[in-house]
Ligand binder design. Sequence first.
Ligand code: SF4
Ligand code: SF4
Length: 510
Amino acid sequence: MAAAKFDTPALKPYPVIPLIAEGAMAHSKPYVATAKIQEAIGFPGELSEGWQDRAITRMGELLGKYRSLRVYMDACVHCGACSDKCHYFLGTGDPKNMPVARQDLMRGVYRRYFTFAGKHFPKLVGAVDLTKDVLDQWWSYYNQCSECRRCSVFCPYGIDTAEVTMAAREIMDAVGLGQKYANEIIGKVHRIGNNLGIPGPALEDTLLGLEEDTKEETGVDVRFPLDQKGAEVLLVTPSADFFSEPHVESLIGYAKVFHAAGVSWTLSAKASEAGNFGLFIGNYEQMRKIALRIRDAALELGVKRIVVGECGHAWRVAYSFWNTLAGIGAGGKDPFAVELQSQLDGRYKQPTHICEFTWDLIQRGALKFDKEKNDHRVITFHDSCNVARASRMGDFPGGQFVIPREIIKSVANRYVDMAAGTTHEATFCCGGGGGLLTDDLLELRVKGALPRMEALKSVADSHGVNFMATICAICKAQFSKVLPYYGFDMSMVGGVHQLVSTAIRLGEPN
Ligand code: SF4
Ligand code: SF4
């Protein structure tokens, strides 16, 4: 199918709320998963007779299970504070991309089937039947939310549209309407161990190649170990780190940090993926199954610490859910979780983010840098949504904002922040998060990147910024694709550990 033609929005010198463009993105829909993809991960293959009843039943189950969802359905007062906060609304002008309107797509159905007024006086309270037309709107607009949670920062009631989106996707999956991109990837993780479908032998080859390349670059034997029993650290990182540019530059950076600090570490073929797309489709069973691979790998390898590489949503899952999903941390109570908790070293945070790991070493003076090696770069930092608004780092409030910036300033001389209101907890999504990083949604991705591109242009013009660092594999992939649409060079995005890699001293070459 030929890609839809669209115009890239013009960059403006200051943020402008767009004119309303009713239905402007109604055509934007991801590819539907085939029956084979759906059934491989336990969902019905396709929509079939009786889907409405099954959808309402599943919605009732979710409302019973997640009190937050029921509160979000009831609490909105339509104050409008969230309406201009979504990058997809700002980039497209489609009013259904206002967070409140996105929620209302589900709220109308909720009122019809789960409230007294909606059952008896539907027109009075805006209650709607779950028809095929309504389902089509769900399919379109719940696949135009990157679950970034920016809108919830501005909602006086703390309503989290991301949770509403996750519930909608879970209901759609439950009746056989699944997203090809996300569900195909989940199947690959179960079958092969990672999102990209790289089998163990290919991974081993890739890592050997990286050892050779790094030796050539530095003269030092930096190892990239795989399935090394008895290593201190298990590194779980997004599979994009294994070969895609610029991701692999960060993997080389992690390896150099472990080498310079003298810490033994390993990757795992079984758990060769930090990403967990179960989060994106709102399905906790999938999320748990994916997380359990990491527990199994940690137990088999006998490691003492689990460190997570540069991946935004993976860090959210690790930080917020691994404890109860898999007993990494102190939540799980089953025998394997208990065994893992006694195996892991209690002196360290479990799991640890690679930025926490590196920052701790920097603070203790265990790493040395030649900062001027980064002098060709004027750097800014893009806060990734799931790190900024759904997790933390370090042992102080705001650590997730401070630590990556402090690492950058330790390894480079030229750093500039983008405008307030576009960073920290108010950061704008890259436009490709939440399971939307697929070319069938390219128009949405390009338009949704507009607010970040405007903030970047501002510091590029005022300070000559030529490098945007980030700690998320999805942000890196999304920006590599959309930067050229806005006249930037795709190579101006990269990881924090790419900068570390450039400046770190490794000791004498062998
Ligand atoms: S994409 Fe982000 S800002 Fe937009 S509705 Fe979804 S969670 Fe809210
Ligand atoms: S800010 Fe909150 S209460 Fe106000 S319209 Fe948006 S979701 Fe509703």
